[in-house]
Design a protein. Structure first.
Lengths: 113, 114
């Protein structure tokens, strides 16, 4: 039990649609990172938010965007969905600069048809 | 660039030992190790921040050779609960802190049989 919850757990969308995934971090964790995990692969870094500001982005296009809120929740938004966006999306919270340990949620499984 | 893990899969009997390796082509700031069971969240095992550092808890330990940009995870006297996919995650050497921006390897599937 990591104390990080994600919703929804599973969802199906069609190509071109938009999706919003949500994450509730541990209380006090001011940093949240989002990762995309394709089947059989390691998680791939999408972006990180620190105190509600984007603090680094991986190799993902601008149609992947995020928000972090003062209540330790965050969102990942993906526009114009493509078939290759089908994956498990993981959020991970941390205490920021004082520790590198990431607390992952169980993820949201997105299928794009 | 993604770190390379070896082996890709390991099958053990309870009580046997295993080593999982992680190699990077880039200078590293830190190496993290996580275990993920099917359908579950990745769980933090340990982080290694200094070259040569070795850390461990229970019968799982790890080393980090900063010069070779390599880390190894050692599982001794394996238990059924050790089964899962093990990922190393690396952070590049940058000025300042950049915790959480990890580049993960492709994973090593560990199966422990009774």
């Amino acid at each position: 039990e990591t104390g990080v919850t994600q919703s929804p757990t599973h969802l199906i969308k069609t190509r071109g649609q938009q999706v919003t995934l949500r994450c509730s971090s541990q209380s006090g964790h001011n940093t949240v990172s989002w990762y995309q995990q394709a089947l059989g692969q390691g998680p791939q870094f999408i972006f990180q938010y620190y105190r509600e500001e984007e603090n680094g982005r991986g190799n993902f296009p601008p149609r992947f965007s995020g928000l972090q809120f003062p209540n330790y929740s965050s969102e990942l938004n993906v526009n114009a969905l493509e078939l290759d966006d089908s994956a498990l999306y993981l959020c991970a919270s941390s205490l920021g600069a004082n520790t590198g340990e990431l607390f992952f949620g169980e993820g949201s499984r997105l299928t794009v048809l | 660039q993604q770190p390379v893990q070896s082996p890709q899969a390991v099958i053990l009997r309870e009580g046997e030992d295993a080593v999982i390796n992680c190699s990077s082509s880039k200078a590293l700031y830190s190496v993290h190790w996580y275990r993920q069971k099917h359908g579950e969240a990745p769980i933090f095992l340990m982080i290694l921040l200094k070259g040569g550092e070795q850390k461990g808890h229970d019968k799982i330990s790890a080393s980090f050779n900063e010069k070779k940009q390599q880390s190894s995870l050692y599982l001794t006297a394996s238990q059924l609960s050790y089964s899962g996919t093990y990922f190393c995650g690396t952070e590049k050497k940058l000025s300042g802190t950049s915790y959480g921006k990890l580049t993960f390897g492709q994973g090593t599937i560990l199966t422990v049989h009774p």
